[in-house]
Write a protein that binds this ligand. Structure first.
Ligand code: SF4
Length: 562
């Protein structure tokens, strides 16, 4: 048993629903108790789809358990086939149905339907949603293509150089993060280098389309959490190479084009050169070049322009699925000049890749699906910006830290009406805006640092957001100590003013702040104060200093800066 309040991923059958809903001509019969239809809302509300997912539930109730629940499976399969006439039927079970072991997949297969039936066995107590989606796609593709697999060691014929290369885009699903618009960007990128699209799957594909997958020269594994297993199988079975770079960020998009060049044996140097162009702040050129030259993102110039100087070194904590977290780390550090102070993922299958990125930045990766562990890690790292999921938005709100969403799980506002990809050149533009937006603007940051007593632009105020987050760095410390109220009470005799809580020692701590030390601490901008406070206290503790003065503060700063 594990006490869970929030979960980053749903059960694996929701992953299957994401594949079935993404496609046409596929129907999913789910052996599940009454009530599991709640998952329909993910699609009709969060993604605002105009129809119910293609899922029939057996919806057994307590009174059915004494009877023949297996018969309910057969009835549902028969009715679903007759009513929806799908080209392929997926059959599986949800968590509760797994316990009663009716083997719905085998039952359905034995019914002699005139269409392929894919039986899914997804262990709901050990695996999660993305894994469920990945397995479903793999079994679906495999079932449909097994007949076509050439004998082992058959070489793939070389592509006729007179014919343009063709690619499959594998991985976009229903309920994926910005899949709808990412695909458009990737299609544009491929168009620019003369690569045709063979099949996009599962989003928008029919089973007939899946049958055409082997016609492509290579596969683009756009969302590895969903597509990697399938791409590896296609690589083994049909000798179709896999493009693994995910084009999120300017550097990654360039690498993506270069990798395709290599895999497809085509010259992409012109596209790479174009992608180096940027507007250089010349707005007339910008107007022309943005229409004449779609192969350039505004991110490089925006992040080089003077207004972005204050972004340099901003401490960022990143959490999400592995693909988006890894991409975000590269953009944050190489393209925006942030400092990575924490990174993690809930995608256990891709923990190794995230650990490698963490190692490059000298931090320890958080591999966890326990949001409390993530909250603790964020509080300890005391970042100035959190890039995460919907969960981190809540965590960051509690800690008073600005946040932007970069990965699922998401709420309805992250399925926007406007065009908002993450991938390709336009994706980088969207990312620049979305990540910088929650931060305090440069001028306001300076002014609040200089004039702390303003009645309106008080500490933590961000006028461009119309809000005044209580960002003092202290909530993070309070969460670490677990005793905010005590911390404030302990501080009161020390400094008798309204801001006393900012310099509260952790309860039970022998280190205390002198009045002059505390006053100096208050001069430090609020968004880094929590970090400075904790570093100084640690510095004092390490040297058995019990009272932190102005001198201790600066000694600690000098020591840590070395
Ligand atoms: S069967 Fe699984 S998904 Fe359905 S309500 Fe129970 S725990 Fe939730």
């Amino acid at each position: 048993m594990e006490l869970t309040l929030w979960t980053y991923e749903g059960p694996p059958h929701v992953g299957t629903m994401r594949i079935a809903t993404a496609m046409e001509g596929v129907h999913y019969v789910l052996h599940a108790p009454q009530g599991d239809t709640y998952a329909d809302l993910l699609f009709t509300m969060i993604e605002r789809r105009d129809r119910r997912p293609p899922v029939s539930y057996t919806t057994f109730q307590a009174r059915d358990l004494g009877g023949d629940t297996a018969e309910m499976v057969k009835t549902s399969v028969r009715e679903a086939y007759e009513r929806f006439k799908p080209q392929v039927m997926l059959v599986g079970e949800s968590c509760t149905a797994e316990l009663i072991q009716d083997q719905p997949g085998s039952l359905a297969k034995s019914m002699g339907l005139p269409i392929p039936v894919v039986s899914l066995e997804l262990p709901a107590y050990s695996k999660k949603e993305n894994w469920g989606a990945s397995e479903t796609l793999y079994h679906l593709v495999r079932s449909l293509l097994l007949q076509q697999v050439p004998p082992p060691n058959t070489d793939r014929p070389d592509r006729d150089p007179a014919i343009r290369p063709k690619a499959n885009i594998i991985g976009p699903t229903a309920l994926g993060f910005r899949c709808r618009d990412d695909i458009q960007e990737v299609i544009k990128l491929l168009g620019e280098i003369g690569v045709d699209i063979n099949v996009i799957a599962p989003l928008g594909a029919k089973p007939d389309d899946l049958m055409r997958i082997p016609d492509a020269d290579f596969n683009i594994c756009l969302y590895p959490e969903i597509a990697l297993t399938t791409c590896k199988w296609l690589e083994r079975s049909f000798k179709q190479p896999t493009v693994k770079t995910v084009p999120i960020g300017v550097g990654a998009t360039r690498d993506f084009l270069a990798e395709i060049g290599e895999v497809a044996g085509i010259d992409v140097s012109a596209a790479l050169r174009r992608s180096q162009d940027d507007t250089l702040g010349n707005w007339d050129a910008a107007r022309i070049s943005s229409s004449a030259n779609p192969g350039a993102s505004r991110l490089p110039w925006y992040s080089r322009s003077v207004d972005s100087t204050y972004l340099t070194g901003k401490r960022v904590f990143i959490f999400g699925d592995a693909t988006h977290a890894i991409a975000a780390a590269r953009i944050a550090t190489e393209e925006l000049g942030f400092t990575l102070v924490g990174i993690g993922t809930y995608s256990r299958e891709f923990a190794r890749q995230v650990r490698e990125v963490a190692q490059q930045h000298g931090v320890e990766a958080v591999i966890s699906d326990d949001y409390l562990a993530v909250e603790q890690a964020v509080a300890e790292a005391a970042p100035e910006l959190v890039l995460g999921t919907q969960m981190e938005r809540h965590i960051a709100k509690r800690l008073g830290i600005p946040c932007a969403v970069i990965s699922t799980p998401i709420h309805v506002q992250d399925v926007p009406a406007r065009y908002s990809p993450q991938m390709g050149w336009e994706g980088a533009n969207v990312i620049f805006d979305d990540w910088v937006h929650p931060l305090m603007m440069g001028l306001e940051e300076h002014l609040i640092g200089m004039f702390k007593e303003d009645f309106e632009f008080a500490e933590g105020h961000m006028s461009h957001l119309h809000t005044a987050p209580h960002q003092t760095g202290e909530p993070a410390a309070a969460i670490l100590s677990g005793e905010k109220a005590t911390a404030v009470a302990v501080a009161e005799p020390l400094i008798a003013n309204d801001d006393s809580k900012e310099i509260a020692p952790d309860p039970g701590d022998v280190v205390r702040w002198t009045e002059d030390g505390a006053a100096e601490l208050k001069k430090i901008p609020f968004f880094v104060r929590g970090k400075v406070k904790r570093n100084t206290e640690q510095f004092a503790r390490d040297r058995s200093i019990t009272a932190i003065t102005v001198d201790t503060l600066y000694e600690a700063k000098a020591a840590i800066g070395q």
